[in-house]
Ligand binder design. Sequence first.
Ligand SMILES: NC(=O)c1ccc[n+]([C@@H]2O[C@H](COP(=O)([O-])OP(=O)(O)OC[C@H]3O[C@@H](n4cnc5c(N)ncnc54)[C@H](OP(=O)(O)O)[C@@H]3O)[C@@H](O)[C@H]2O)c1
Length: 276
Amino acid sequence: MSELSTSITLTGGAVIPRFGFGTFKIEDGDSQAAVETALETGYRLLDTATGYGNEEGVGRALAASGLDRGDVFLTSKVWDHGYDDVRKGLEDSLARLGTDYLDLYLLHWPRPAVGKYVESWQALVDARAEGLIRAAGVSNFTIEHLDRIETETGAAAELNQVELHPYFSQPELRAYHAEHLIATESWGPLALRGGGLFDEPAVKAAAEAHDRTPAQVALRWNLQRGNVVIPKSVTPDRIRENWATLDFSLTDAELDAIDALDTGVRQGGDPAVVGN
Ligand SMILES: NC(=O)c1ccc[n+]([C@@H]2O[C@H](COP(=O)([O-])OP(=O)(O)OC[C@H]3O[C@@H](n4cnc5c(N)ncnc54)[C@H](OP(=O)(O)O)[C@@H]3O)[C@@H](O)[C@H]2O)c1
């Protein structure tokens, strides 16, 4: 990747690649082929979740790839809350993925009305101490949720995976992450749930200037703004197109023009209500 580090060292010492492969909405039957294509292309960060129902296919792809387990950074997420349920969820994910550790495990949503995200977080902290996970993180946590787990357990999240794209670039949350040494990982980086990002003049102009696609520009903006990025595709050409985001750079003026697209409006679920 030109002018950018290809990885970030998380506060617990695990090294996460900056660019990875998302698997949301890939059926278990399709996930092996998609993940195999991603691994052949060069991706070394895989993002799945219990809720995606495809951990077995991801695990099969990993086994079939012939790569050493240590060469791939494997992330999964737990939907259930409560100390024991999180621990059971982790053991079940390890079995489905066919591995004895995860590189990163995330609480998928804070589910604040369930009222258990602090004890759920403690289960991740303890699993990290036991070596079942290399890094402990969260997903879709707001500043309020992040503050509470750090204050009540003494352990900050190492990473927060959140909706983040040019229409919803989360400047306040990213500033909080920077202060607390929490890595930011972007989901939905292509903003395809609405708005027409690929037709925005700022995106089209940068794509034309660098002879790239609007998707590559959107992903590159996200990387250059300091985030880990995990686009998903089941389409081999797109899997390769997205990977080819790593070998060009946007100028500061192009980055600023794309920053200006922020609306502050989410395309996906609101952490205050999802899963309550
Ligand atoms: N923590 C959470 O709550 C959460 C929520 C959502 C997502 N995620 C994670 O983040 C990953 C990425 O987010 P996402 O899957 O929602 O959104 P995304 O990666 O922004 O977009 C995926 C969509 O874009 C299409 N696409 C991919 N590359 C493209 C390209 N180069 N040109 C045009 N279209 C392209 C894909 O189509 P095809 O597949 O048909 O090619 C798919 O419909 C997920 O897969 C998942 O691992 C996490």
